[in-house]
Design a binder for this molecule. Structure first.
Ligand code: UDP
Length: 373
């Protein structure tokens, strides 16, 4: 090592924390900074009256990959929470994801054959062979009734764009199932870490030098000179001073309410499909951990346009933005001493398990390179 640290890690979210943990194990000296007043990025929870409040939006861990599951289980034990959100549409509640319960609630169909007949007829009528946007994708996957009852308005307020202007892949995240199964995910492993996500972050960063309230961009030169390499997990366009133009993101505003009652909505997640509600969902945090506290805390989640004063939550991966991102990525690849990783630096709609996998892969790549030098 020529400098004080092998790695300066900008951003203490999952990508950065996993990277720091693994590199430290390999004998590298890491320094993790974050502009916020705490570590953990968006998985950070704030404990309030014994309830872990998912401060930057609900996080439910799920993966099909045993390696990733074992990895997180080193740091926390997971409970058996299964995400089964409901969606309120025009005064009625429906089960999600789209499954036999939903179909029964919509059409009264009782068997898979009956439900399939309704859906297939609608797909036949409104679907297209190769869907080019979210609307076409939804109509081809699940038909008009579900699209209009549970998808269109939710999607358009979530993204602030017409469903016909959004990429198709977004809706493919949701399962369609001909069983009475309200599990939102198809993955083999799922749960919420007992003690909250901070337990995992603390485990990952134990014994590693960290500093919060540090804005990389306000001390860019001096910070860049203290380590051989930089791991950057912030917005890739900001790193390059928006030289190809700003990438688009969707932001969120969280409105937290404390209620003097034990149980506000009976479920951790209730989506609000209709556009008359400006929020997309209400999260009741205690239900992620089967909490029995006397009171409850709920969060209404309002999607918002992003600007430089706000947090960037979702990349908007449409063609225009992907083209811009490609230019940034080329520049990023040319920088040999900077590694770009995570949702914002890779401009990808990553889930937690995917970020961990991507970070572990990066460490492995770097490690192999070091060995061959
Ligand atoms: N979606 C929808 N209706 C719902 C829930 C989700 O149409 O009740 C669509 C919407 O387009 C959303 C996408 O499915 O952006 C992915 O939803 P998911 O719950 O995976 O999003 P996240 O929890 O990451 O915000």
């Amino acid at each position: 090592r020529e400098k004080k640290y092998d790695y300066l890690i900008v951003g203490a979210g999952l990508f950065g924390s996993v990277f720091a943990h693994e590199m430290t194990k390999l004998g590298k000296k890491c320094f993790v900074i974050d502009k916020r007043s705490h570590l953990g990025g968006n998985v950070y929870c704030e404990n309030n009256e014994g309830i872990n409040v998912h401060k930057y939006g609900a996080h439910i861990f799920h993966t099909n990959d045993k390696k990733i599951w074992d990895y997180v289980n080193q740091f926390a034990t997971f409970n058996n929470y299964i995400n089964s959100p409901l969606s309120l549409s025009k005064g009625k509640l429906y089960n999600l994801p789209f499954n036999m319960n939903t179909f029964y609630q919509l059409w009264g169909t009782k068997t898979p054959e009956e439900a399939k007949a309704v859906i297939d007829a609608q797909i036949e009528k409104y679907g297209v062979k190769s869907p080019k946007n979210l609307e076409e994708q939804a109509l081809s996957l699940i038909g008009k009734d579900i699209y209009e009852t549970l998808i269109k308005e939710y999607t358009e307020k979530q993204w602030g764009k017409k469903a016909s202007e959004l990429p198709a892949f977004i809706i493919k995240r949701l399962p369609v199932r001909y069983t009475y199964n309200n599990n939102y995910f198809n993955d083999v492993y799922q749960g919420i870490p007992i003690g909250g996500y901070n337990t995992i972050i603390n485990g990952l960063l134990e014994g590693i030098e960290t500093k919060t309230n540090v804005d990389f961009f306000s001390e860019r030169e001096s910070l860049s000179s203290i380590a051989d390499k930089i791991v950057y997990t912030g917005k890739i366009d900001e790193f390059f001073d928006y030289k190809y133009g700003a990438l688009e993101y969707r932001s969120l505003r969280f409105e937290n309410q404390w209620h003097e009652m034990q149980n506000y909505q009976g479920n951790a997640v209730v989506n609000y499909n209709d556009s008359e509600y400006k929020f997309t969902r209400i999260i009741e945090h205690k239900h992620f951990e089967f909490g029995t506290q006397k009171n409850t805390i709920i969060t209404k989640e309002y999607p918002e346009n992003w600007d430089k004063s706000k947090e960037a939550y979702y990349p908007i991966n449409n063609d225009v933005n992907q083209q811009k991102f490609k230019q940034y990525k080329e520049d990023a690849l040319a920088l040999k001493n900077v590694i770009f990783g995570g949702r914002l630096a890779e401009y990808r709609y990553y889930d937690m398990h995917q970020i961990i996998a991507s970070s572990l892969k990066k460490v492995e790549e770097m490690h192999k390179k070091n060995l061959t030098i």
